[in-house]
Design a protein around this ligand. Structure first.
Ligand code: ADP
Ligand code: MG
Length: 834
């Protein structure tokens, strides 16, 4: 015989029920079956909601009517799909249950409470409603089937709502069906899950209805499987098996082919929804294999849970990561703890007197504090019980007040391989610290099969994702929020799109989650499809506005992507004012926008402090020299103890071009016009010639070299002679410009005699920055720089007399975008070799 269990998702609607029925029928061809079914998906939650509402006097929702409707619709649908399925007949069978449900809820309403016995009868209704539906489907499909009442086969003691099985009694009750004597020709025995008889109140004769705890149908299947002596229990659900982590949290979680009973037990104990935590013990005791299978995809192999060791697990030391949320950590500490015997056992007693159980316990080696976790819902009662137990010591101040920390989560790494593999714990802790997650307590089970960390509850999902990445070597993620998608931003998005697959081969997964332009914003948790992003921006999901930044911040705080990077590809003056908010939300920033770094020096330092505090990066390699390696080079020099002595640079393509032309004897006005027509200059060439852009870049270089200066501190030497009036419109200005041609021609002529040329750029000497024209001799690296090329010449304590020089194109969409892309890639913690 086999046992098959179908969860709520396999019973969700008519077509799911039919797929489940098909699986049952095909299995029945080979073996006799015992089948356990859960309530229709969502019904258990509705029942719980009904109890909560009615006990508090809220009758605004007619839950019974809703639940009836769900079942009626399924029946009608089945009638249209299965010949011989009579929906009226089935609904008539269910009707007494609805009547009872009405009565029970009315009781809750009038008493304002729901005693355990009533609770069990209400909550168990879901399975009592779903099982007759499956029975009739199978019968209509010509199967010989017997619907049995689980309450006559499963007996529990202990808690009424979450009982412990009395295996002896269960086996006795099942015996006639085990050897088939009671089954007759029937090949399929069908049982409602979750419900049982509870003998805790008055012995076996007075058994009343009880439950097996949340997700209890798994446990039903295990108890029945063990009692009926089956060879295998199959748990049919909506995923391909047991994953390395909850697939809803970790998108690239993988199915584990095989795991041992112990591993699966630890995983479910520490929060994996895979199986009810008590499910595996009875199966392990009898050596019955458990399989986790997908009723939506019956061809998938599924996960086998058995004795092990398994060949498939040779290489992986851990098999899964789980997260248990809604946990409270309680600490008992004080000088009086030291050397005292029996403290731990007193804690255990107090906790069990509060009807709670300890999930995890740790003790500091100095014996100063014992911390343990219980479910949040039990924390108040537990803390009261523990306070009472230690009342005397607390009064005498040898033990401190009991400390309760609500809203924690326990993240656990599970795997048999830990026993023989070193470094699991350190990898685990490194993963958590890489996301700056604070660890409140650490515990390792004595079996060395599980390590758990207690952390703040709001970091649970982030923790699971990053730990998963560290252990399963799945790609390091970068989530890009592109603000501004013009020439540079747009090119960068194209580059990301083109490089995506190659980077993925190196385990770096760059996704663009948001694109914002003046047309609006598109935002997607899974990453935008970039194949046609320009077109998609024509119909954006969000309107454009200053609130786009807030939307991104809110999104990041809620969804907690692992490595979000805000990319400012705008030339906005105002956006940098939001950088602190953006960093504080946990994002890195990469930007070619110079504004942030040329604001006042306090802001400059505050940006870096905030980035450091948040363990995020603030990156702006393209602020100076576009794609040329300037900022990073400077930072490395500075960090390694070198000092800038002086600097000269030509940091503007337009000025490089214009002054280069003068060497050839081209008149100044003509050089400007040429540069303008080649689009080397801004639309108004005075924006280049006034030197402000160069000043900003020089300011950033000076600041990176350790000089705390302001933009106002920079000396600006004018390009034009005093007599020249450079005001007016662009056209007027260009018209007047030939007036200065002579002035420049004479300058060039006299310099030529000394073997020099005229250049315009910035200099730094003794921390003083100036911008203006320079007379440059033949042995100066700037002498040959022209035609739009940039050059940066650093004389440092180490680089002299020959300076460190960087030359190349310092502008252009392609190289600048690539520079920003490079910054984005710097945010991953591990950059693998090619
Ligand atoms: P059923 O109603 O069939 O019992 P559940 O909802 O109780 O189904 O459990 C299945 C769900 O458990 C899956 O849809 C999946 O999202 C979730 N889950 C959580 N952790 C894991 C994991 N490690 N492996 C597989 N599924 C998991
Ligand atoms: Mg389940």
């Amino acid at each position: 015989m086999l046992t098959l269990k179908f969860g709520g998702t396999s019973m969700a609607n008519a077509s799911r029920i039919l797929s489940s029925a098909d699986i049952i029928i095909s299995r029945a061809k080979e073996d006799r079956l015992s089948v356990v079914v859960s309530a229709v998906a969502g019904v258990s939650n509705s029942l719980q909601a009904a109890i909560d509402a009615y006990t508090t006097g809220n009758t605004s929702t007619d839950y019974v009517c809703d639940i009836k409707k769900i079942h009626k619709e399924i029946c009608l649908d089945l009638e249209s799909k299965v010949k011989g399925f009579d929906s009226d007949k089935v609904m008539a069978v269910l009707e007494p249950n609805f009547v009872e449900l009405e009565k029970l809820l009315a009781g809750c309403l009038s008493f304002g409470e729901c005693p355990d016995t009533v609770y069990c009868r209400i909550m168990g209704m879901g399975e009592l409603l779903s099982s007759p539906i499956m029975e009739n489907v199978l019968r209509a499909k010509g199967q010989s089937i017997l619907l049995l009442d689980s309450r006559k086969f499963i007996f529990t003691a202990g808690s009424q709502k979450e009982g412990e099985a009395d295996y002896g009694r269960c086996a006795d009750a099942c015996l006639p069906y085990r050897d088939g004597e009671a089954n007759g020709q029937t090949r399929i025995l069908l049982f409602p899950g979750f419900v049982c008889s509870w003998t805790g109140s008055g012995g076996h004769k007075n058994a009343v209805m009880g439950l097996l705890g949340r997700n209890g149908s798994d446990f039903s299947a295990a108890i029945l499987g063990a009692s009926l002596g089956v060879k295998r229990v199959e748990f049919w659900t909506d995923v391909d098996g047991v994953f390395t982590a909850d697939p809803r949290v970790v998108k690239d979680a993988i199915v584990v082919d095989d795991m041992t009973y112990e591993e699966a037990m630890e995983l479910s104990f520490f929060g994996s929804k895979v199986l009810h935590p008590k499910t595996l013990a009875p199966l392990q005791a009898k050596g019955i294999e458990a399989w986790s299978l997908n009723s939506h995809n019956p061809l998938a192999r599924g996960t086998r849970i058995g004795k092990g060791p398994f060949e498939s697990r040779r290489k992986s030391s851990i098999c899964g990561i789980s997260c248990l949320k809604k946990v409270a950590m309680i600490s008992v500490g004080g000088t009086g703890m030291r050397g005292r015997t029996g403290t731990a056992s007193r804690i255990f007693n107090a906790v069990s007197s509060a009807n709670a159980s300890i999930l995890l316990i740790t003790q500091s080696s100095s014996e100063y504090t014992i911390s343990f976790c219980v479910r949040d819902s039990e924390a108040e009662a537990v803390s009261e019980a523990v306070s009472k137990e230690f009342e005397l010591e607390i009064r005498e101040k040898i033990i401190d007040e009991i400390e309760v920390r609500h809203g924690c989560a326990i993240v656990s790494v599970v795997g048999d391989g830990m026993i023989s593999n070193r470094g699991v714990a350190s990898k685990f802790l490194n993963a958590l610290s890489s996301q700056d997650i604070n660890i409140l307590a650490i515990a390792q089970g004595s079996s060395e099969r599980c390590i758990s960390c207690v952390i703040g509850g709001d970091c649970g999902d982030t923790a699971v994702r990053v730990v998963h990445r560290f252990f399963f070597n799945t790609a390091q993620s970068i989530e890009v929020f592109a603000f501004g998608a013009g020439t540079i931003g747009g090119t960068m998005i194209d580059q990301i799109y083109q490089q995506h697959d190659k980077l993925l081969q190196q385990n770096i997964d760059v996704k663009v989650l948001a694109i914002t332009t003046i047309d609006g914003m598109n935002l997607s948790e899974d990453g935008l499809d970039l194949s046609n992003w320009r077109n998609d921006m024509k119909k954006p999901m969000y309107k454009f506005g200053p609130e786009n930044v807030d939307d991104i911040i809110k999104f990041v705080k809620e969804k907690k992507p692992l490595n979000p990077v805000f990319v400012d590809c705008t030339a906005s003056y105002d956006l940098p004012d939001r950088y602190l908010d953006i960093l504080n939300a946990g994002m890195s920033i990469a930007t070619p926008n110079k504004r942030a770094n040329s604001k006042n020096i306090e802001f400059y330092h505050e940006l870096r402090r905030t980035a450091n505090k948040m363990h995020r990066r603030f990156l702006y390699e393209t602020n100076v020299g576009a794609g040329l390696p300037i900022i990073d080079t400077l930072q490395n020099l500075y960090k390694s103890g070198d000092k800038l002595v002086s600097f000269n640079g030509i940091m503007s393509g337009s000025l490089s071009y214009i002054f280069g032309k003068l060497d050839e004897g081209v008149p100044f006005s003509k050089a400007v016009l040429e540069a303008k027509s080649l689009r080397y200059t801004e639309p108004d060439p005075r924006d280049d010639l006034n030197g402000m852009d160069v000043a900003r870049k020089a300011l950033i270089i000076a600041r990176e070299s350790g000089f705390d200066i302001e933009l106002d501190d920079i000396t600006m030497y004018k390009v034009f002679p005093e007599s020249f009036d450079s005001s007016g419109s662009v056209e007027e200005f260009l018209e007047k410009l030939p007036q200065v041609d002579d002035y420049f021609a004479q300058k060039i002529e006299s310099l030529k005699k000394q073997g020099k040329v005229l250049r315009m750029g910035a200099s730094i000497k003794d921390g003083k920055v100036s911008v203006g024209m320079m007379e440059v001799g033949q042995d100066d690296p700037l002498y040959g720089v022209r035609g739009g090329e940039n050059a940066f010449v650093f004389y440092t304590e180490r680089y002299q007399p020959i300076p460190l020089t960087v030359r190349g194109y310092g502008a252009g969409a392609g190289v600048t975008a690539a520079g920003v892309f490079g910054d984005i890639l710097r945010t991953v913690s591990f950059n693998p070799e090619r």
